[in-house]
Write a protein that binds this ligand. Structure first.
Ligand code: BGC
Length: 298
């Protein structure tokens, strides 16, 4: 856990420092543009306050170990704790209204998690959005973790200005996929579960599979490449963006990939889930504000 961030004398909130999107950079912070993004991973639940205009983190990125087993009740409690710590440096008048967006490794509809491939089965049918709102007393939005990370890459990272069909893959414990058409998300694609040789693709192509099966990079890349070929054959994407843990070590396997589709490496890396979480939180806040004003919700 890091120390409290330095205070910015202009805003009364934590200072913003850094150089690239998803990182921290000097900026004029407008409180109505700030939201909290939370990324629920297998080993850690990470979060930060984000300026959604720039995708930059404001103040510290905090992390609490993921409870084991990762049952919904405990994850909700840890998320609430993380939110409290994130807003602690802020004036309560500002911090108390930051909305929260959480990326969860499941297909999600209407705020309810519908699957649980790499998490506790108790997540199936869990009203995640409602329970998180009750716990944190804030506006909360939840989305599939890959969709959320993909949104951040499309808005601020490797998918910026990309038209056509872009497929963002997050390669970690599982494989998450996010499909974009001209920058618009088609939610809940679960293509890591595409069946290849009688198995879920992620069983062989996720980063965790490399570790579990003790594969060298070339061997692992052969399985991952097979998965990409299958996606290429079925979707004809204009671009693959590779994100998640394995994107940090792309130099180890990029040269083994043989698909024709151009491949870009995610720019926001570890922060994509947090930045995307903040984006969906902000969208939900806007919708809630419009609804409260009695206007038609966009
Ligand atoms: C889950 C997806 C998730 C992906 C990455 C898969 O096993 O089914 O919902 O996006 O892992 O976490």
């Amino acid at each position: 856990m890091t120390d409290r961030p330095a205070t910015d004398t202009r805003t009364g909130g934590p200072a913003v420092v850094g150089t690239k999107p998803g990182d921290r950079q000097p900026a004029d912070v407008r409180h109505s543009d700030l939201a909290i993004g939370i990324d629920f991973g297998g080993s850690g639940i990470k979060g930060a306050v984000v300026d959604i205009r720039t995708g930059q983190l404001v103040g510290d990125r905090l992390r609490i170990a993921t409870p084991q087993p990762s049952v919904p009740r405990d994850v909700v409690a840890v998320t609430d704790e993380l939110v409290r710590r994130l807003v602690a440096p802020w004036d309560p008048i500002q911090g108390d209204v930051f909305p929260v967006g959480v990326g969860l490794p499941a297909a999600i509809r209407d705020g309810v998690t519908l699957t649980a491939a790499n998490i506790d089965p108790a997540w199936i049918g869990f009203a995640a959005e409602r329970e998180l709102e009750l716990a944190t007393h804030r506006i909360v939005a939840v989305g599939n973790d890959a969709d959320v990370a993909g949104l951040a890459e499309i808005r601020f990272g490797a998918g910026r200005y990309q038209r056509g069909l872009v497929m963002v893959l997050t390669i970690g414990t599982g494989i998450g996929t996010a499909l974009f058409i001209d920058g618009r998300l088609v939610p809940n694609t679960e293509l890591g579960h595409l069946e290849i040789r009688g198995h879920d693709a992620e069983e062989r192509a996720a980063e965790s599979a490399r570790e579990r099966l003790g594969l060298g990079w070339r061997e692992w890349a052969a399985g991952f490449d097979e998965f990409l070929h299958e996606l290429e054959r079925l979707f004809w994407p204009d671009l693959f963006i590779l994100g998640g843990g394995a994107s940090k070590r792309a130099d180890n396997y990029l040269s083994y990939l043989t698909v024709k589709t151009p491949i870009a490496i995610a720019i926001l890396r570890n922060n994509a889930g947090i930045v995307g979480g903040a984006l969906i939180a902000h969208e939900r806040r806007v919708r809630a504000t419009v609804a409260a004003a009695g206007e038609p919700v966009p």
